[in-house]
Write a protein that binds this ligand. Structure first.
Ligand SMILES: Cc1cc2nc3c(=O)[nH]c(=O)nc-3n(C[C@H](O)[C@H](O)[C@H](O)COP(=O)(O)O)c2cc1C
Length: 367
């Protein structure tokens, strides 16, 4: 008997995963995608354990279809560079003063939720799928997930990282091309070494590992999904394509800026969170990216910039917030998430039919 395909294993009608997007996704977005036949994901990397349980329940209140929860893998304890913290506070306060924002930087009670507690909440929530970025989980954590029948997807930005997830025993690996919006999942290399285009990374990773490979980065329509399949992907993971949906939590200014994003201004940026991420260059990055080497690492800088990002969002200043998006952002379409899933599925099927027809015509000698 042939082994089940990834879509069969995940219980989804279409090889489409809505990417987890911490800070921009909502339970309503994940639920709408899952209800429409894709796999909705909820990135809960910034969310406290109790709220993870509540948000999973909100998805289940809308749909009984499978969905994914996603976490950033971080150590519970880490060194904090106090000089870098002071430097960041000075620079951020000066920027907020110049931009007329009334808030000031403050040291939070905790830099980030504890991963070990988030992981326990994820296990308790028991989604059909759990995906992870920023590092490997431990073999014991993998066993814990599998004991609950949770399908595990790791994120890789190079072949070596894809192999590491496969060797660990993950069920699938999502390869994140350089085009991808949001944080880079890189964990074995320097971020600038691991900016591999999806057209190169996907067939290399598909050749290197035996588990299903999921494609992420710059895919905005059904043609892109089929192209990814041709290069070895078992499914496509789209993030930016869902950012302009009404169910997305991206601010209106951010949504507006996506449609007019010029690809050469969608850059790798580390001055918002202390970790490389792809997004739009804007007024904030122009002021702060030059200071990046002196700023603290993730998650410390992420916590320090939170008051500025919140205050800027409240007054509609998208030019001061992290406008994460992939390189093909300008292809974004504004429509409800369920409708977008249907459009993507139709485009994907139409592209398949077109390809089959072209092949048949060529075989018949009609070209
Ligand atoms: C706003 C935003 C937030 C993201 N947050 C996460 C996240 O929480 N966890 C994660 O694994 N990936 C995250 N990503 C990366 C996506 O998983 C995926 O790699 C990316 O969206 C694919 O590229 P695309 O945006 O061009 O479709 C995020 C992407 C965006 C655009």
């Amino acid at each position: 008997m042939p082994s089940p395909s990834l879509t069969q294993q995940l219980g989804i009608a279409c090889p489409l995963i809505q990417a987890p997007m911490a800070g921009a996704n909502t339970p309503a977005l994940a639920a709408a995608v899952s209800a429409a036949g894709g796999l909705g994901s909820l990135g809960v990397g910034y969310v406290e354990p109790q709220a993870i349980l509540e948000q999973a329940a909100q998805i289940r209140a809308v749909t009984d279809q499978p969905f994914a929860l996603n976490l950033f893998v971080l150590p519970d304890a880490f060194e904090v560079d106090e000089m870098a913290v002071s430097y960041a506070c000075e620079q951020l306060d000066a920027l907020m003063e110049r931009e007329g924002l009334a808030v000031r930087t403050r040291r939070p009670a905790a830099w980030a939720p504890l991963f070990s507690e988030q992981f326990a909440a994820l296990c308790e929530a028991r989604p059909a799928v759990a995906s992870f970025a920023f590092d490997l989980i431990t073999p014991a954590q993998l066993r814990e997930l599998h004991a609950r029948d949770i399908y595990v997807i790791g994120t890789a930005t190079t072949v070596a990282e894809a192999r590491a997830w496969a060797q660990l025993g993950a069920d699938a690996v999502c390869v994140q091309g350089a085009e991808a919006g949001g944080h880079r999942g890189t964990f074995l290399h320097e971020p600038e070494q691991a900016l591999i285009g999806l057209f190169a990374l996907l067939p290399l990773a598909a050749r290197a590992v035996e588990i299903p490979v999921i494609a992420a980065g710059g895919i905005m329509d059904g043609r892109g999904m089929l192209a990814a399949e041709m290069l070895g992907a078992a499914a496509s993971q789209l993030g930016t394509a869902f950012l302009a949906c009404p169910e997305s939590a991206a601010a209106e200014g951010w949504k507006r800026d996506l449609a007019r994003a010029e690809e050469h201004r969608v850059a790798t940026i580390s001055c918002f969170s202390g970790r490389a991420a792809r997004g739009l260059q804007n007024r904030y990055t122009q002021a702060m990216q030059a200071h990046a080497p002196q700023l603290p690492a993730y998650p410390v800088l992420n916590a320090l910039t939170a008051p500025l990002r919140r205050a800027a969002s409240q007054v509609g200043r998208a030019d001061l917030v992290s406008e994460w998006c992939g390189q093909a952002a300008a292809l974004v379409r504004e429509m409800p998430a369920g409708e977008l899933v249907k459009v993507l599925a139709e485009e994907y099927q139409a592209a398949r039919r077109q390809l089959a027809l072209d092949v048949a015509l060529r075989q018949g000698g009609y070209t």
